[in-house]
Design a protein around this ligand. Structure first.
Ligand SMILES: C[S@@+](CC[C@H](N)C(=O)[O-])C[C@H]1O[C@@H](n2cnc3c(N)ncnc32)[C@H](O)[C@@H]1O
Length: 362
């Protein structure tokens, strides 16, 4: 028996409208890339409102392009403008918008979406080749824009909320981290902001983080040193699936990386091995529905887009990949966890629009 699914986009005209809107949105995200990379947002925030001539002079950019960008930003509703008596427009960042477009500490900061999109599109040729061959595109091939977008996108959440809103709310995690000499292992730290947040919140804790990507390790080590935590946070350049990784840890965790792994079972096996008997093992990954079902909500649409453009390609870049993709359903993680020797997984009652927290049960 087959079941036909209904589609929320009822008519072809509705689909056209949706796609034109998406195209405008995509181009606006690309314009955010320019605003970040050329220092146009920084200048508007730090030096104040500007005419195109002023913005171009301040940022060593071309006046004609600066004007086009400023007008485009105002048309999109990202900037405001006032016109003087001679007809010259001066553009400004509306109050509060710097949190979205400029302030790397703000949880509203989504400007890295520009780097994500541009980096994914820049690799579209490799993606098409992979779709044909069954190969992939490794994380490092996406380059600096992708790496820093990932790090900067999650940084405010890790810095401001990960510990007070999430980890410390899990009683056994809070107890483990509060004990003198607590040791934490983190898999796939990227830019290192989660490790920094944990070590900052728990001054007795020591963190060992394991990342496969050389450039991410360098970035994390830099951020750890800048945070003054070099004595308690160690970033290892290792494949976390390596069975030689040893240690005894009071908390083992992985944030937004299990779905990217080509061999999640080996890595979960490492996580199980590194945890002291009974120690909590926590995975944060994308919050998705239990089962596939078109039409998905906004986040599931976003996750499938990222999967096609980044995560599935990354996961499939190694031979014998589990080929997970960004939309890792709880049942998929449960299967990996059981294959790695865990008894089960438990979804923790912690609210977040994008992320789901799992405890892997010994
Ligand atoms: C999507 S990023 C997430 C980084 C960070 N946890 C965050 O949330 O911003 C995934 C990270 O996992 C790392 N990674 C992928 N496969 C790995 C492996 N086998 N061992 C260790 N790290 C790995 C990548 O290099 C990358 O830094």
């Amino acid at each position: 028996m087959s079941t036909e699914t209904t589609n929320a986009l009822a008519s072809p005209e509705e689909l056209v409208g949706r796609l034109v809107e998406s195209a405008a949105g995509a181009m606006e995200i690309v314009s955010i890339y320019a605003g970040e990379k050329l220092g146009w947002y920084s200048s508007l925030v730090n030096d104040g409102p500007a005419t195109p001539v002023e913005l171009a002079a301040r940022t060593a950019t071309n006046e004609r392009y600066a004007r086009e960008w400023l007008e485009q930003q105002a048309t999109a509703g990202f900037l405001t403008f006032t016109q003087d008596a001679s007809g010259v427009n001066r553009f400004a960042m509306p109050p509060g918008y710097e949190a979205v477009l400029h302030d790397r500490q703000s949880e509203l900061f989504v400007a890295p979406l520009g780097r994500f999109l541009v980096s994914a599109v820049a690799n579209a040729g490799s993606a098409l080749a992979a779709y044909r061959s069954g190969g992939g595109v490794p994380w490092e091939a996406f380059g600096e824009d992708m790496r820093t977008a990932q790090s900067d996108f999650n940084r405010p959440f890790f810095t401001n909320s990960l510990v007070p809103g999430y980890l410390s709310q899990i009683a056994e995690v809070h107890d483990a981290l509060s004990a003198p000499g607590a040791r934490v292992a983190e898999i796939g730290p990227g830019g290192g902001w989660a490790a920094i947040a944990v070590a900052t919140a728990y001054p007795e804790a020591r963190v060992d983080a394991f990342d496969l990507d050389h450039a991410s390790v360098a970035l994390a080590r830099h951020n750890v040193a800048e945070a003054g935590l070099g004595d308690r946070v160690t970033v290892h350049h290792r494949d976390a699936g390596d069975p030689a990784i040893a240690g005894e840890f009071d908390l083992v965790c992985a944030f937004e990386c299990i779905h990217d792994l080509s061999d999640p079972v080996s890595v979960l096996g490492t996580m199980r091995r590194l945890a002291k008997p009974g120690a909590p093992v926590v995975v944060m990954d994308e919050r998705v529905a239990e089962e596939f079902g078109a039409v998905g909500d906004l986040f599931e649409r976003l996750f499938y887009g990222f999967s096609l453009g980044v995560c599935l390609l990354d996961g499939m870049s190694a031979p014998k990949s589990a080929a997970t993709g960004t939309v890792m359903r709880p049942s998929t993680l449960r299967g990996y966890a059981r294959d790695a020797g865990f008894a089960d997984i438990e979804i923790l009652p912690l609210e977040h629009d994008m992320f789901c927290f799992y405890r892997l049960v010994h």
